[in-house]
Every structure is written in C-alpha cells, then in structure tokens.
Write a protein of this length. Structure first.
Length: 277
C-alpha cells in the first residue's frame, strides 16, 4: 500500500519521456514526473520516493526530501494565514495546513514553530499541529539506557532543556549536561543517560563516557589562558560581545566553562580576570 506523507519503496513499471510509472506490491500505481527526479531510472528498478498530496489533492511522487514526514516533528516557518488556519512551508509545492484547533499558541507569519504532521482519520489528508504535548508519550518506551537517539529541543526549563526524543517521547537534558548553545527547534544526536521512575528520560547530548574527554569550551579557555601567560581579562561579568571577540563563544558557554574549571580548582576568579592555578 502506498503511504501518503512517507517514503515508499516502489518498482519502476514503465519509463517514458514525461516520467515514470511506479507500482507497489499490491499493483497500485503512482506517477513520478521527470522534473521530480534528477536521474534516469530503468524499468524494473526499485526506487524510494516521497508521496505527497499535489495542489489538486491527488497523490504525487518525488525524490525530493521534505522538511517533515508523517508522524514526525520539524521546526517550520509560517508562510501565510487565513480563515482556514495557518500554513507552513514544508518544502513541497503546497504548504501544510494547521487547522485552528491544532494551534497550540498564536502563530505569526514569518516565525518558526515546532510542528507535528498527522493524517486525518476521516479524510486521509495531511495536516500539521502545534499542540506538542498531546503527541508525546512515555507510557511505552521504545528505547533503552545508553541508546543513541534523535533529539529536538522543545523549550528551555528551570532544570535545563525539554526535548523530543525520536519524534515520540519526552526527555530532559539537564543544565549541567549542556556545553553548547541550544535553541528551540535544534536537532541533534543524544543518548539515553538514565530512565527514571515513571519512564522519565534523562538525555545527554554527549557520547556516553564523555567525562573521560575534555569539553571543547573548557579547552578553549585553557588554551587562551596558556597563550596569555595564565591570565585572561574576562570574568562572568564581562560583556557577551567581548567574550565572543576574545574566545568566539557565547557568554553562557563561557560561564559554564569557567565554572567547570573553578570546581576542578584549575583557575582562580579575581576582579581583573581569571588566573590559571
């Protein structure tokens, strides 16, 4: 069965100048226009195509990778709004509609938000939703401790960053596990550090066993101290632009780095700056 909103592995049954007729195991056909592919396909070959709704609603195939797929989250930009809802650009010819009931917050044109793609059970059409929490569940975990996972930053919290794990679970990256600037919508690889009671997920964005390595920001500060004879005229009160000029890092990353060095008693923090011990 050809699935809308997903990549499908289909066989080329007929090749013509205008495009290719593709077929699944059940004999269902779909057409791949020549302009939707950048290579020639041979009859009998198997090709992976993304199936999406065209402007008139008919299923269409493309080799192009969209910004989001069915059952996934993505950070998408609002292209327009009208009485039908909000439209976001997902890389296809027809924008993805977010119905008014699926707006978790007021969405403005030109701004970007975390969106979930779902398929309406009655109409079979694809829609987007900005109501994130209802799409996440930790009741039945599909991951184990130590496993590498896909992570999307959902929001900043008092303890760190709430993240979406593998497009289906909630997770938390604690503040002391973050050694880089994170923004809402950022996607990166992470690891399941611990599964807490009630299936709460502690996520780290560093490979397991990272304590045996030196944090790059910490190393940058150490290198700068060594190059300046053990004294760096920067403190946690220095202006962000000065820190960026001197070390090419954000003030938040700098404060974490010197905090780590101070705990390890490798530096002293004085009024004129930080001193290598």
């Amino acid at each position: 069965m050809i699935q809308l909103g997903k990549f499908n592995d289909l066989k080329v049954s007929k090749a013509e100048d205008s495009g290719y007729t593709l077929i699944d195991d059940e004999g269902t056909e779909i057409f791949l226009p020549s302009e939707k592919t950048d290579k020639e396909l041979e009859e009998g070959a198997t090709v992976s195509v993304f199936v999406y709704p065209g402007i008139l609603g008919a299923k269409k195939a493309t080799l192009k990778k969209p910004l989001i797929a069915l059952g996934e989250f993505a950070f998408l930009t609002v292209s327009s709004t009208d009485e039908q809802g909000v439209y976001v650009d997902w890389g296809m010819e027809k924008d993805l509609l977010i119905p008014p009931k699926q707006e978790g917050e007021r969405m403005e044109e030109g701004e970007s938000y975390i969106i979930f793609m779902y398929q309406d059970r009655e109409s079979g059409k694809l829609y987007g939703s900005n109501k994130i929490e209802k799409r996440l569940s930790n009741d039945d975990l599909t991951i184990e401790e130590g496993e590498e996972v896909d992570v999307m930053v959902q929001r900043e919290s008092d303890m760190g960053f709430a993240v979406i794990v593998n497009h289906r679970h909630r997770g938390l990256v604690f503040e002391n596990e973050v050694f880089q600037d994170l923004l809402i919508g950022d996607t990166l690889k992470g690891y399941v550090k611990k599964i807490q009671p009630e299936n709460r997920l502690d996520i780290t964005i560093r490979p397991m066993g990272y304590r045996n390595t030196v944090d790059p920001d910490v190393q940058t500060v150490l290198n700068a101290l060594e190059d300046s004879q053990g004294v760096l005229p920067l403190t946690d009160k220095s202006k962000p632009d000065l820190i960026m000029v001197e070390l090419n890092m954000s003030k938040k990353a700098f404060k974490r780095a010197i905090g780590s060095l101070y705990k390890e008693r490798k530096i002293e923090i004085k009024e004129d700056g930080i001193h290598l011990v």
